[in-house]
Design a protein around this ligand. Structure first.
Ligand SMILES: C[S@@+](CC[C@H](N)C(=O)[O-])C[C@H]1O[C@@H](n2cnc3c(N)ncnc32)[C@H](O)[C@@H]1O
Length: 252
């Protein structure tokens, strides 16, 4: 399955809703200004692009999945945002074309992180601003994905190498003055079963991973996720946290 169809599956909007505090944080920290040229890389359903456009920036949202771009276009109407299909590893823009380059849990999915890092730098003008978010490694979630993958190394799991500070400095430090800030994503569920139902029907890469699995592997994944949820029970609810890093940069 290619990247496009993975992200078209599940219900990405419902993940996006729960990411709202991080979307707000990223856009606020990038301080959008009227008339600035803004690129949202791996825009998905357009959460960052739409917020920047509302603040008056001239926004382009780019993503590899045309299905998500269609949803972004529909929810952005009538904001004048340009939506382009494109790969973060080979952005279809001129050098220094943007004042601001943002990517919320987006560019981290490009398999060639060095190419993606070079592209972020190439399209950002000198003095321009970069803002992205990246997941830190999570051994708890790894156990769930490993159970479902049944030995297929790394299958379905979110990439976490951009969540390693030293790696981010290696990828972007020559081109940007960087500032890295830790953050925590908070997710609340009614019960472990609620968390399983949500994760297994909503989160696109996990939905894709579960497709076609044997009932044994599916059950193994469910058991791991329910066990994780049980460990996170507080006051009758499941309170999950997931660490991420906010990367802010100024183009040298
Ligand atoms: C977790 S979603 C984030 C979407 C959005 N930035 C947000 O914050 O809601 C990841 C997005 O990355 C996109 N994506 C994955 N690989 C990509 C690539 N190589 N180039 C561009 N977009 C990519 C997916 O299509 C998906 O929309």
């Amino acid at each position: 399955m290619n990247g496009t169809s993975v992200w078209a599956g599940g219900k990405y909007e419902l993940v996006g809703e729960r990411l709202t505090p991080i979307h707000e944080q990223l856009v606020a920290r990038l301080e959008p200004r009227v008339g600035e040229r803004w690129l949202d890389v791996a825009t998905g359903t357009g959460a960052i692009a739409i917020r920047a456009a509302r603040a008056g920036a001239e926004v382009v949202g780019v993503d590899i999945a045309p299905e998500l771009l269609e949803r972004a276009r529909a929810s952005a109407h009538p904001l004048p945002i340009r939506w382009d299909e494109g790969d973060a590893e080979e952005l279809p823009y001129e050098d220094a074309a943007f004042d601001v380059v943002a990517s919320c849990f987006g560019v981290i999915f490009a398999p060639d992180d060095e190419a993606a890092g070079r592209e972020l730098a190439r399209v950002c003008r000198p003095g321009g601003r970069l803002g992205l978010t990246a997941w830190r490694a999570s051994s708890e979630l790894d156990a769930v994905y490993e159970a479902a993958a049944g030995g297929r190394e790394g299958a379905g799991r979110d990439p976490v190498h951009w969540g390693d500070d030293a790696h981010v400095h290696r990828l972007l430090g020559d081109a940007f003055e960087l500032e890295l800030e830790p953050g925590v994503w908070r997710l609340s569920f009614d019960s472990p079963e609620h968390m399983w139902d949500w994760w297994s029907t909503v989160v696109p890469p996990f939905v894709a991973l579960l497709e076609g699995l044997t009932s044994e592997l599916r059950e193994a994944a469910r058991e791991q996720l329910v066990a994780l949820a049980e460990r996170r029970r507080t006051n009758g609810r499941v309170e999950l946290t997931r660490d991420y890093v906010l990367v802010l940069g100024r183009r040298r």
